[in-house]
Design a protein around this ligand. Structure first.
Ligand SMILES: [Zn+2]
Length: 305
């Protein structure tokens, strides 16, 4: 049986006993937690996890955001196809002032807050065609840049490269949910489902002699990544079970020193949930650590609080 199918079976078994796994996974995350200062990056490079696949990276007074999403709404709003927009209070509470926003794809849990942050800060949003469409819907087309594959560009002390990628086929291993480009033509049509995936990218960020690689969805185009040597891999782990040999393929290609677990939290619950938030469906953090160990014994796997 192909490994993605075996993994899918395991995922369903895992889901059936989810509560116990959630407890075990939280314990693992606590064990792996490090301060962002301990990622081994050069002095003056600051990293902050914003929840889901979101990060803020700062150096020499320039701040980049990757896939920031803090306006987290309950799953019922998605299922009832409610239109929801960014919450400025949550943005001010959780998202630092940014010079640029990089989008790996345009599902709502990666892209929904980008236009409002761009409007707040005068920041430029870099991504694929759907990212530009989304900005245009908000009247912010002038602050959108459609990137070219593999063409490095500079933002302050950062050099950024967008690497073509693909999204994991979360619908039973067969299909990307809400695939294709964003086609919505009015803001009042922007339900969660209207945030179609768009072009998917891995994002390489070089700063102060260090290399960081962000993969928001757990799949890849092997030849597009080629061979790299990255210091820190910001590794989205949700949905990896439906991708054949995800870690066996991506880890040797990136050869990271440190793997940061990301996209493991339940983004249908608030970032400052008094109950401590939850974990993404079927994320199986405990097994992830073993999976990395099976590929390479000397990789450091960490989580950020
Ligand atoms: Zn996605």
């Amino acid at each position: 049986m192909p490994s993605a199918l075996t993994n899918l079976r395991d995922l369903l078994t895992y889901a059936a006993t989810r509560k116990g796994h959630d407890r075990a996974d939280r314990a693992v995350l606590t064990d792996l937690a490090v301060d962002a200062d301990d990622l081994g990056l050069p002095d003056g490079v600051e990293v902050r996890w914003l929840g889901v696949a979101g990060f803020a990276l700062s150096s020499e007074g320039t701040t980049l955001l990757i896939d920031p999403y803090v306006t987290r709404r309950p799953v019922g709003d998605l299922l009832r196809r409610r239109v929801w927009s960014s919450d400025p209070v949550l943005l001010d509470r959780h998202v630092p002032r940014a010079d640029a926003i990089l989008l790996g794809h345009t599902h709502f849990d990666h892209a929904l807050d980008a236009p409002a942050i761009a409007a707040r800060d005068g920041a430029t949003v870099y991504g694929g065609r759907s990212a530009a469409t989304l900005m245009g819907l908000h009247g912010l087309a002038g602050q959108a840049v459609e990137v070219e594959a593999h063409r490095p560009f500079e933002i302050g002390p950062f050099t950024i490269t967008f690497v073509p990628s693909v999204h994991s086929k979360l619908v039973l291993g067969l299909k990307v949910p809400n695939g294709g480009e964003i086609t919505c033509e009015h803001l009042d049509g922007l339900t969660g489902q209207a945030y179609c995936c768009g072009q998917v990218w891995g994002i390489q960020i070089e700063v102060a002699g260090a290399t960081i690689y962000h993969q928001g969805s757990a799949d890849l185009l092997d030849d597009e990544i080629g061979r790299r040597e990255v210091d820190v891999f910001l590794c989205g782990i949700a949905g990896r079970q439906v991708t054949d040999d995800y870690l066996g393929r991506i880890l040797p290609r990136l050869a990271p020193r440190t793997v940061v677990i990301t996209h493991h939290d339940d983004f249908f619950r608030p970032l400052d949930d008094p109950e401590g938030g939850g974990l993404a469906f079927g994320v199986d953090v405990a097994r992830f650590v073993d999976e990395v160990g099976a590929v390479s014994g000397d990789l450091r796997v960490v989580s950020l609080a």
